[in-house]
Design a protein around this ligand. Structure first.
Ligand code: GLU
Length: 554
């Protein structure tokens, strides 16, 4: 029998399937022309980085906007980095941000789709089948080098100022005979499986990256590890096998993988498979002082995806912002299509920046205010309550105990051409609604009120006393304002600011000052949404009570 075949049987006696078996088991996908098959392939480390969410939206859009397939594969070959429940956490986070997977993991141990298993640790036999085939073909070999052997090689390469690594003349076991290998195995020496790289460092290859354009790099000449000593593949080998058998057409991943792309391209060539197209996504950056750096898990709380749900940024706002970061023409599209679903926008990889997207919470906040301003009061109520139930129980109780009242408050100045933009995230809602609730209002005004400084207390008192009997809930807005002006005038205030400015000496102030007193008395604040609507919603009884309370405080 051929020595390679003998070696393959010796190393993988338990592997009885063939590559053809898997090629048949995972058939070519029947998809319309141009449909892309993409995936995200995170490790279950428990932490979802904003950069990872950003990088996941891209393949999701590429698949779904082309009528293709998007799937979730879990890359858990590095058991040291894994945490318990890591897969569920990933599934939950991606689902929260409305990334809809057609296939892949759906929970810690559950999955859907016929191209699985979608968790690498369940695919050991598949990897070994292909590894066995490579040995048979003389394209891979076992390497018995110990840590010390590798250190020795490195020292020598350093001394001779040569490239580090396991290649060419340094690849000690590359040409070992069957007998030599057998004798190592008989001794029980552990081994890794290496690729017999056909590459030469003087050769250059070009990767036609869909984001970065044509990138030229040296060909891979390293006999890289395919299977580690425990028989688990390295990322490189697993990527080639998985993306081939899962029929991925576009590998869209972080650009930290670009430097390994020559290895991947070589693996596809050796295996005789059509290569996927690659798109390497630049990282999400943050401004620090005058320079940019990567958004850091360690330094930046906003690097964690959980930060946004805790703060209560609506999913819609975060998605909106990410699309903005992905393609800067998104903003223009949104202006032209203010109410379309964000999935209507067509993401274009060639329009992405190549060096990194600058993440900016201020911009996210602005975008979020715009999105929330366009929501109906009922939607704001529902989403804010949902958030509060998890993160602010007191607020949730207030909202539920005063449901109709709260919905009405959230409707103030909503729906017109110029909706108010007070709320950027659900954690802002307490500040916005707080004073409407009587028990909280009591608390906020414990220390008294900040009435306009230009008015003496006696004037403030007069305004309050007068207005108590002036307000009439039945008035429409114009009548209401006229009535207030007349009352103000009766107390010596100018009907409008213009009149006041012409002859300040003759007035106590103007209608604005008068209204200010009322605003502070009923809200405890200098700024509120439209006073007419506010008084209308608060109702006469509450209004009287608040006036009494303010009068007493003076
Ligand atoms: N497991 C790799 C990562 O966590 C996947 C890279 C890829 O998408 O191919 O970054």
């Amino acid at each position: 029998m051929d020595q390679n075949k003998q070696m393959a049987d010796l190393l993988f006696p338990h592997i009885d399937k063939t590559p053809e078996y898997y090629e048949g088991k995972y058939p070519q996908r029947q998809l319309p022309e141009g449909a892309k098959v993409t995936r995200v392939a995170p490790s279950p480390t428990g932490f979802i980085h904003m950069g990872a969410l950003y990088a996941a939206v891209i393949p999701e859009r590429m698949a779904h906007q082309s009528g293709g397939v998007f799937f979730l594969r879990i890359e858990d070959t590095d058991k040291k980095r894994e945490i318990e429940g890591g897969v569920s956490e990933i599934v939950k986070s991606f689902a929260h941000y409305e990334l809809k997977f057609d296939e892949g993991m759906t929970g810690e141990t559950t999955e859907k789709g016929i191209y699985g298993p979608y968790k690498q640790s369940e695919r050991k036999e598949i990897y070994q089948t292909f590894a066995k085939m490579l040995i048979e073909k003389g394209l891979a070999y076992p390497c018995f080098c110990s840590e010390e052997d590798l250190n020795e090689i490195r020292a020598k390469q350093e001394e001779l100022k040569q490239n580090p690594g396991y290649y060419g003349q340094y690849a000690k076991h590359r040409n070992a005979t069957f007998d030599e290998i057998k004798s190592e195995l008989d001794k029980g020496t552990g081994f890794v499986l290496r690729l017999k790289s056909p590459g030469k460092p003087e050769n250059r290859i070009v990767i036609d990256d869909l984001i970065k354009g044509e990138v030229e790099m040296p060909e891979n000449d390293q006999d890289i590890v395919l299977l580690k000593s425990d028989g688990i593949p390295t990322y490189h080998f697993a990527h080639a096998i998985d993306d081939h058998l899962m029929r991925t057409t576009h590998v869209i991943r972080g650009d930290e993988w670009l430097s390994s792309a020559p290895i991947h391209v070589q693996l596809f060539e050796i295996l005789g498979w059509e290569k996927p197209r690659y798109a390497h996504v630049p990282p999400v950056l943050k401004m620090e002082g005058t320079s940019k750096r990567k958004l850091s898990k360690r330094k930046d709380p906003e690097a964690a995806v959980s930060y946004y749900s805790e703060q209560g940024f609506p999913v819609e706002s975060v998605r909106e912002y990410l699309l903005n970061l992905i393609n800067s023409n998104y903003e223009e599209w949104r202006m032209e299509n203010p109410t379309d679903q964000n999935t209507e926008f067509i993401v274009d990889l060639s329009k992405m920046g190549t060096s990194g997207a600058l993440f900016d919470l201020v911009k996210l906040t602005d975008i979020s205010k715009d999105r929330i301003a366009l929501m109906s009061a009922n939607k704001v109520y529902d989403l804010a309550l949902q958030w509060a139930q998890q993160f602010d129980i007191e607020l949730a109780e207030q909202m539920r105990n005063n449901e109709a009242y709260t919905r009405a408050i959230l409707g103030i100045e909503r729906g017109g051409d110029k909706p108010r933009k007070d709320i950027a995230k659900w954690s802002d809602v307490k500040g916005y609604l707080g004073y409407f609730y009587d028990n909280w209002f009591e608390e906020y005004t414990k220390e008294g009120y900040e009435f306009p400084e230009n008015l003496p207390n006696s004037d403030v008192l007069e305004v309050l006393e007068a207005y108590k009997n002036t307000y009439n809930k039945a008035d429409d807005k114009d009548t209401w304002f006229e009535r207030a002006k007349t009352a103000a005038e009766g107390l010596g205030f100018a009907r409008d600011a213009k009149t006041y400015k012409k002859d300040k000496e003759s007035f106590k102030g103007h209608i604005g000052d008068f209204m200010s007193v009322i605003r502070v008395a009923i809200s405890g604040r200098k700024n509120t949404p439209d006073l007419y609507e506010l008084l209308d919603i608060m109702g006469e009884e509450r209004l009287q009570a608040r006036f009494e309370k303010a009068i007493k405080s003076i």
